[in-house]
Design a protein around this ligand. Structure first.
Ligand SMILES: Cc1cc2nc3c(=O)[nH]c(=O)nc-3n(C[C@H](O)[C@H](O)[C@H](O)COP(=O)(O)O)c2cc1C
Length: 195
């Protein structure tokens, strides 16, 4: 490698961090009267119509048990004001906390289409029904789901776009590692390609 180049090898165990900073979400679910919530950085859109998403939900999480039992989950997109609560949701387990929402300082409210709590104070919410893919769930902890309903805070997302003028406290969180997050920042509008 040219010694003047800033390009450096990244150890493979850190390779995921190069893609880790999509918006962190809060995954919530409910079954048999028990609700729970966890943080997930590995969530992404998968399809337009019908809209689908994927999210990685580790076998050791309590949330996964509720998702497998109910077949549904919600993704709530937290913002800067919820950074501490989001990190707590990604550090504590519902296996140890009867009311993990309370343990993390979070509050739930009713979803429109599924029986799972959405998280108060977030800026966007997606209500999802699992599309059973047993092999992917077992081998990769990867859940595919159809989005049945979506809402967003109009101060942050309006006319189909994230707003460049969103208040600082309402900007989304993008996990680096160890509870350090980027906060969504400037919008760069690329020039329209010619031809
Ligand atoms: C910022 C952040 C992102 C995380 N992303 C994921 C993820 O994408 N998938 C996953 O299985 N766990 C992820 N975790 C770990 C879970 O949130 C963690 O294991 C949590 O304690 C599970 O809670 P539960 O047992 O109450 O379900 C993340 C943790 C943090 C702090």
């Amino acid at each position: 490698m040219n010694s003047n180049s800033p390009r450096r090898d990244v150890p493979l165990p850190q390779a995921y961090r190069l893609l880790n900073h999509g918006p962190t979400v809060l995954v919530s679910a409910r079954h048999a009267g028990r609700s729970n919530v966890m943080a997930a950085a590995w969530a992404m859109p998968l399809d337009f119509d019908p809209p689908k998403v994927t999210v990685v939900i580790d076998k050791n999480t309590f949330t996964r048990r509720l998702i497998e039992a109910s077949g549904t989950f919600a993704l709530s997109v937290p913002c800067r004001a919820l950074a501490d609560a989001t990190y707590a949701a990604g550090s504590l387990s519902g296996a140890d906390h009867e009311d993990k929402f309370a343990a993390c300082g979070l509050t739930g409210f009713a979803a429109q289409r599924i029986d799972a709590p959405l998280v108060e104070g977030c800026v966007a919410w997606l209500e999802c029904r699992v599309i059973a893919e047993p092999h992917h769930q077992q081998a990769y902890d990867l859940f595919v789901a159809e989005v049945l309903a979506a809402q967003a805070d109009e101060r942050v997302f309006a006319n189909g776009r994230w707003r460049a003028d969103a208040p600082a406290e309402l900007r989304t969180l993008h996990h680096q590692a160890g509870g350090a997050f980027f906060v969504a920042g400037d919008t760069v509008q690329a020039a329209k390609p010619r031809g």
